[in-house]
Design a protein around this ligand. Structure first.
Ligand SMILES: Nc1nc2c(ncn2[C@@H]2O[C@H](COP(=O)(O)OP(=O)(O)O)[C@@H](O)[C@H]2O)c(=O)[nH]1
Ligand SMILES: [Mg+2]
Length: 309
């Protein structure tokens, strides 16, 4: 395939095209994913999540500037309908993103979020695979924090940054269930605004109160993303987290868990798709359940068996 050859030769248009094919769920997209899979796993995947307006996109642009300035080739997947990467933002933000994007080697792709949850689109990890195989490192995944999306981005990342700002409100409120477990690094952005030190103290005390043993204590960093302040320290912290995961053998375990989730999710999606395309089978079972001939669980079990045969 010419496209594949161009992709492997490092062609930027070929990368963009391959991403589109994968996003659209095409057969050629799947072929490309098969062909490049053995080349994935080299990029460090950084997840960036947090409430809207905390400064995630600005921070991603600043991180990209710094990494690209150090000669690295950065890939960005922004899963956010309101992302400045796609437009829909203030002019100043767009300019900043475009500056980040003009570094040679930087590749930015925006993706629509899935449904009202703002969650990661199912193909996000595949797009990250393409960027990884194309030699991008790091690959940064930005998603707007909306419950499930935070957890999903953490599951797709090697290092997860939870970005908060003094405006995100009371830390205790922000730290809703689950988020304490996903942050590898806390970034308190907008440290130029009032309330950042207090937020830092709140998060530190929450970390103190974590039950159980923890080999990694997430650092709590303060940044002013639009001025690049605190960004070198953040890059250092990401490197330290990487060294921790690699040195302790946890990286392999983390990536294995990621694959388990990915494969289970793909199986789920495939089953759902088959069921939706075979409503008659489902309707038949529903009738039997309604007549009291089977329980819903029994019906589900039989459908599964039929699908597998
Ligand atoms: N004062 C201040 N404003 C910032 C900072 N970082 C980002 N902003 C501004 O906050 C707004 C939201 O930033 P954005 O990156 O789009 O947030 P996101 O929704 O989390 O991606 C924009 O107007 C940014 O220019 C910061 O450190 N300090
Ligand atoms: Mg954003």
């Amino acid at each position: 395939m010419k496209l594949l050859a161009d992709f492997l030769a490092g062609g930027v248009p070929a990368l963009a095209r391959a991403i589109t094919l994968v996003e659209n769920g095409t057969e050629r997209g799947r072929e490309i994913l098969e062909a490049i899979h053995s080349r994935t796993g080299r990029a460090w995947r950084i997840g960036v999540t947090g409430p809207p307006g905390a400064g995630k996109s600005t921070l991603v642009a600043a991180l990209t500037e710094a990494a690209a300035g150090a000669g690295r080739s950065v890939g960005i997947v922004a899963v956010d309908p309101s992302s400045p990467f796609t437009g829909g933002a203030l002019l100043g933000d767009r300019i900043r993103m475009h500056e980040a994007a003009t570094h040679p080697g930087v590749f930015i792709r925006s993706m629509a979020s899935r449904g009202e949850l703002g969650g990661l689109a199912p193909t996000t990890q595949e797009v990250a695979d393409l960027l990884d195989a194309a030699g991008k490192d790091p690959v940064i995944l930005e998603t707007v924090g909306a419950g499930q999306a935070e957890v999903e981005v953490a599951q797709a990342a090697d290092t997860t940054l939870v970005v908060l700002s003094p405006e995100s409100g009371d830390a205790v409120q922000t730290m809703k269930a689950g988020i304490m477990e996903i942050a590898d690094i806390y970034v308190l952005n907008k440290a130029d605004r009032e309330g950042a030190p207090r937020l830092a103290i709140e998060i530190e005390s929450m970390l103190d109160a974590r039950p159980g043993e923890h080999a990694w204590r997430p650092p709590v960093l303060q940044t002013v993303a639009n001025e690049g302040r605190g960004v070198p320290e953040l890059l250092d912290a990401i490197d330290r987290h990487r060294a921790f995961l690699e040195g302790s053998g946890r990286l392999g375990e983390r990536r294995r868990r990621r694959l388990v989730r990915r494969i289970v999710a793909l199986v789920n999606a495939a089953i759902t798709e088959r069921l939706l395309s075979d409503r008659v089978r489902v309707e038949r079972m529903v009738e039997l359940v309604q007549k009291g001939e089977k329980s819903p669980r029994k019906a589900a079990g039989e459908i599964l068996t039929e699908l597998g045969s």
